[in-house]
Ligand binder design. Structure first.
Ligand code: ADP
Ligand code: MG
Length: 370
């Protein structure tokens, strides 16, 4: 069967991708609950349904315009790291497809390769880091290799197989990028949510080759939705006695708002104990040993306490209290304040022990911004 890569093809891709993301949202969120913050499915569902609605209201004229518009929507609406990453994938593809009403199979190959290169650049990620790149890179490679035979359907089928195999191959990997990297060794044994959604999206691209494949029986869809709802309703097990986190800043507002940020990013709505110790008792700028002692007591649930400090007197006060053996079971993290606080609270909330929480804060020191 010869497939024409025209606007109708890419519209089928968007329809199929949206449908699959909605049907699989609970599974993606469940995967993200194991090694992230339990929002990947919800993030993509919001992004794809909003993109599909917007494009239905204002239909694009070319395949390139369609992918560019979906990409812009994902960047704006997804919320998590996957938003700008998938946004980049689709906008880059859209740019390479240009204004052509019908895309040449080789051009689609160039677009896939360029999209993977740009996501790797943006995320500073490579195959083996346990991210979406582990599904996307093999998909782009398999497409290029299989297209040698000239059959675009076979090439997309090969890409979809490679993406699914790549996603499964993330299970034994240790995450080196994204939120899952906070868990260090504990990320091993779980499939990466972004690699899983990438495999679904590449599969949707293959399914767009055949309108019949895109048609889903209403009963199957209803069943998937019922299963999805049941999975979301299941109560996650929360271990008792989690590691506590104390945030010592010169400013009361900085300590309190960093605590609020870290709690908000936990996503499951059940953060580990976080106690801010900011400023002086009268609200002025500085560090106060008594406020630090009180915060450590507040955060201590018997599993240890990790303290994040901003600088200068905050560090010195905590180190002095530790040297005087005043704060039993308490450890200072050698990490940047905000990133370290988020890494610590997310890891502690997921049930990580003291060692895991300290390792997550140490990793936060390596997050490059350029
Ligand atoms: P967040 O992690 O902000 O909650 P999502 O849960 O929506 O965002 O997406 C998580 C997925 O994003 C991960 O499973 C991973 O595949 C992907 N990801 C995160 N950071 C990176 C990165 N630096 N490079 C490539 N992919 C990444
Ligand atoms: Mg997430």
């Amino acid at each position: 069967m010869t497939v024409t890569l025209d606007l109708a093809f890419f519209q089928r891709f968007l329809d199929r991708a949206t449908r699959v993301v909605v049907a699989e949202a609970a599974r993606l969120t469940e995967l993200d609950a194991a090694i992230g913050d339990a929002d990947h499915g919800a993030n993509l569902k919001r992004g794809f349904t909003s993109a599909a609605d917007a494009l239905a209201a204002d239909p694009p004229a070319t395949p390139g315009a369609l992918l560019t518009a979906v990409g812009a929507h994902l960047t704006n609406t997804v919320g998590g790291a996957s938003g700008p990453l998938y946004g980049t994938v689709l906008r880059r593809m859209g740019k390479i497809l240009g204004e052509d009403p019908v895309v040449e199979p080789a051009t689609l190959g160039r677009a896939l390769a360029a999209a993977v290169a740009s996501v790797r650049r943006l995320g500073d990620s490579a195959p083996g880091d346990k991210t979406m790149v582990d599904a996307l890179q093999p998909a782009a490679d398999a497409y290029a290799e299989a297209l040698g035979g000239g059959d675009v359907t076979a090439a997309l089928d090969a890409a979809a197989h490679a993406a699914r195999a790549g996603a499964e191959a993330t299970i034994p990997l240790r995450a080196r990028r994204g939120r899952a990297s906070y868990l260090g060794e504990r990320s091993i044994g779980h499939q990466d949510p972004g690699a899983t959604s990438s495999a679904l999206l590449v599969t949707a691209l293959y399914e767009a080759t055949d309108p019949a494949l895109c048609a889903v029986a209403p009963e199957a869809e209803a069943k998937a939705e019922a299963e999805a709802a049941a999975a979301t309703g299941a109560e996650a097990e929360r271990p008792a006695g989690r590691v506590g986190v104390v945030l010592v800043s010169h400013s009361r507002e900085v300590a309190e708002s960093t605590a609020a940020l870290a709690r908000a990013l936990v996503g499951t709505g059940d953060p580990a104990p976080v106690a801010p110790a900011g400023g002086l008792p009268d609200g002025a700028i500085g560090t106060n040993a008594e406020l630090v002692r009180r915060a450590v007591k507040d955060a201590d649930r018997g599993a240890g306490v990790v303290v994040l400090c901003d600088m200068g007197s905050a560090v010195l006060t905590v180190r002095t209290l530790l040297a005087e053996k005043e704060l039993e079971g308490t450890h200072i993290a050698d990490a940047p304040f905000v990133e370290g606080a988020v890494a610590a609270v997310v890891t502690a909330s997921a049930g990580g022990d003291l060692e895991a929480v300290l390792a997550a804060t140490a990793d936060a020191r390596t997050y490059r911004k350029l």
